[in-house]
Design a protein around this ligand. Sequence first.
Ligand SMILES: [Zn+2]
Length: 684
Amino acid sequence: MVIVAGTMLALTQAAQGEDQKPAAPPESRSLDLTAIDKTADPCTDFYQYACGNWNKSNPIPSDQVRWARSFTVVNERNRYLLWKELDAAAKDPKTPLQKQFGDFYASCMNTDVVEKKGLTPIEPAFKAIAGLAETKQLATLVSGLENHGTPYGLFNFGVGVDEKDATKQIAEVFQGGLSLPDRDYYIVDSAHFKEIRAQFVEHMKKMFALAGDTPEQAANEAAAVLEIETAMAKAATSRTELRQPENRYHIYTVVDFEKLDPQFDWGTYFSSIGIGHFDTLNVATPNFFKTLDGLIAGEPVAAWKSYLRWHVLHGQAENLPKAFFDENFNFFSKTLAGQEVPEARWKQCSSMTDDALGEAVGQDWVKEYFPPQAKASMDKLVAALEKSLGDDIKTLPWMSDDTKKAAEEKLALIRNKIGYPEKWRDYSSVIVNRNDLIENEHHAAVYENRYQLAKLGKPVDEKEWGMTPPTVNAYYSPSFNDINFPAGILQPPFFDFKIDPAVNFGGIGVVIGHEMTHGFDDQGSKFDGHGNLREWQTAEDRKNFTARTECVANEYSGFEAAPAVGDAAAVHLNGHLTLGENTADNGGLRIAFMALQDTLAAEGKTLSEKIDGFTEAQRYFLGFAQVWCQNQTDAESRRRALIDPHSPGNWRVNGSVQNFDEFGKAFGCTKGQPMVPVNSCRVW
Ligand SMILES: [Zn+2]
């Protein structure tokens, strides 16, 4: 649903590279004609044409795994501006809020204290785990860890919107418990993944040894963790299957759920974690819990102790002394993603503070960096895109009038959230200690957990945001039926007051159209305008819709995501995992173009007028493509091909323009050239 996958878990947390000094990154520009590779033919490879020079002169910095002209470059700048605010608040806070997030940031920056404390902050958790006498006590043990904000693996429990009744918030339990990025890492039988598993075991052995275990103990513990996680991976539902809402919606009574997994004392767990009473819950992945039951019955207590000890250590490795941090970095960031060095400490601590106290930090940030004109311009752009999606629906060749009416009703119900929340979250209960990073992380985790659990049975809060204000991203939520644009994305190269409309419609216009189209992709289209999982297409229209989405899935499955290297074969995109995002890119490109045409017509202009030698139509497509210029390590391309529902930049550009005939017209291409294939796909 989001436009790019979020900042990656383990990959960008607290680094120990203290000596790099913050410096202001340059402001991004909108359309950049020097980025163009004039030796490339736009009709053969438009991405190379639009981005070739930029890609050549912007290698990946050693502390990154992906360097993208828009997302990471803007993110670096937003984070620098955030750092200035945090650094000032840490030195001289002017308000209680500034004192709170300033102290949080300071606790992260103080690596001397982190070193001095050593493992002390996680010793209580280790002690509790050591006291586990039989597996019957697992529920008591893990609820205790949860109540202290300590990570422990196993599964994910929380409260979410009922997908069939979006007015209600219900208890939900999901699969979880893995350390590696995806179940495939455990189960695919290839030389490449076998090698990664061997390296994972070595990594665990080193971490256990750092924590004081003998080499024999460490080896036994690592073997136990791999055995348990492999069994969990085999029982897990794949990411692609989970995209289909019906595959993650299974309402159980608590009594029946307890019968599915009687080895774990769910009654004790529920009553210990401070959630209110409930009789039914969504068991998203029943097969996982059946397997977990067998694992609890079959694995010895010692294996569970190793498993939990590992997750306590692993989940907090980045906040521990340098030896732990470095070992964690070497495996999870370097081996798995190809990152050469950790990010500077100030970058990590800025991100960590934003993660923990985002809506506190964001209040000052938006005052400074989100002018009222930005909001007013966005309102106008969103209205223009809504109109063109409506026009597009009216003229769709494959849809019956009844379904068109239902689609228009859904479109009319989409709500827009722009910039930042109307009402900020209250963090006053989060106690921050300037000298204890792990304790602060625990307090933030407990706060977040209680905040989520307190939603049980309450009406849905439509004004709530799922991203913090400085975030460079956007999202659509099917249950809320809303599109959300944090202040962080509303700036160049996405959006610029000073530039011609073609470039803005190619940038933020396509992003807005992308989020709206999510309401009508393979997943979003299964929800109605009120956010309920309910079919609103006729059977015949659904059949036509699926034939068209399958066309897109097949097309993108043909695209190579990472080349063959050594033992590892070339990897192709998973057309079904990326189907929603690709459908949204295709729809976004079409409807933003229609909105641009309307806007120009209203001003008495046409698409063929030229600025700097390019027509408005060409500038639109260039503006769109240059959002996606990027370099990425091969390891990261490989990792993302398995887990990221978004295609990489080159296919987001070339895949979309290949399906839109206005592109060929704008650049004078002939049918049959690579960017104007004879057969193309269209959903919306
Ligand atoms: Zn998206």
